[in-house]
Design a binder for this molecule. Sequence first.
Ligand SMILES: [Mn+2]
Length: 338
Amino acid sequence: MKVKYEEALKMIALSRKILLTTHTRPDGDAVGTLAAMKLLIEQAKLREQRSCKVEMLFLGKIPENYEFLLDEEPWREKGDVSLEDLDTKRLDSFDLIIVADTSSAKQLPGLFDYFRGRKGPVLVIDHHLDGDEFGDFRLVDTSAAAAGEIVFNLSRFAGWSLDEKSATALFAAISTDCGWFQYDNTSTDTFRIASELVAKGVRPRKLYQKLYQNFPPERLKLLAQVLNTLEMYCDNRLAVLHISNEMLAASGAHRTLIENMVNESQQIGSVEVSILLVEQENGSTRVSFRGRGELDVNTIARQYGGGGHAKAAGATVEAGPDKAKADIIATISKAIAE
Ligand SMILES: [Mn+2]
């Protein structure tokens, strides 16, 4: 069921205790959108003189470069929780749960099972093409570059005023999801919203530094190893990078520092598809896909039980990196040939 802003706002207005949550491996859009929503809802409730408690739940570690967006310590769970691990009593205590930036059951381990039996409402705010149609109310706009764009539009509709802090959180959400306005999802709306956010006090240069130039040395040590794994296929149209557990250990880098490394091979002019395979602790392989040609990488990722967008997608393959790599290279080679 698709809802308009009005219905989403009604649900928020009726609630006195709201939980904001998002997908595993939270990214900039996930963290920025939740941070902005918390500020905006709290401020709106304050103006209306209604008491309301807004909390955030993250499944998985928040990358360090997004930590500055959060004022207080959120409720955190490991990324791979099951329903049994979750404090369902605590979850039940929220009048409303808002899930932002995903409609995928797989990206909500434990929580998705909880939603099936939950009595209270769940509102989904998302911009992804595919997903499981869960949630009592769905605010979905697949033309939005980021969930943060939908929240911006919601705030406009509601008449909520943005300050420097909430505007910065939304700018971080939007800009990270469109690769600092490089990706195809960057629309005239994206630029217009960005401009309005700058008018609210966002300082893009300062924010860029915090988001992209704020890593510990371990990231560069890992990146140096990753670049050395480069393999080219399909007349240099397909670039493959990989990360093993050994490389992670040798560099001392945390897994959250891997974000965006898949983009490195797009510096090569001929590359149409870039993939990065990351060995997981449990022996499976996480694969990130980036495309900039005709090939829709979402279709490829879906063949492996994952998904995303036409130009950026991901999947987890239940096989070691070598087997996963051979299989995916074969699939993409075939798709490129066609
Ligand atoms: Mn997003």
